[in-house]
Design a protein around this ligand. Sequence first.
Ligand code: MG
Length: 162
Amino acid sequence: MEYRVGIGYDIHRLVEGRKLFLGGVEIPYVKGLLGHSDADVLLHALCDALLGALSLGDIGEHFPDTDQKYNGISSVELLKTVNNLVREKGFSINNIDAVVIAQEPHLEHFKKKIAARISSVLGIEENSLNIKAKTNEGLDDIGRKEGIAAYVVVSVNKGVLK
Ligand code: MG
């Protein structure tokens, strides 16, 4: 049995004229995150955590932002690709713990929907995944509503059918 963990972090800038996607869920807000893809900061951090757990580098190596193929792509598609890599390597996901830091919008009422979406994409039980929503208490760039950040930790294992 082989247990491994991975960590992921990401931050994107909030701008007008973009839709806001977090965890594969569209969140109603006056701004959205700026990026080459849909800039889903939570899914990017999750992809990085999974890639990290498997020692497979980072999301930038797998999906370069210089590649037009990924222009405007849903990050759900990136997560599906990474999840397939996890399965191909013979690993399954034990659990995922995530923190999203957004001064606005208030995410409390979206946590369950986000958890349901991610667990469905990954094919894991909803109780294997935890989403925490924080503000930045008005401090720094996130506190000034200039961006949203996410941290994700994952635990995976090989040799156990879940
Ligand atoms: Mg990103």
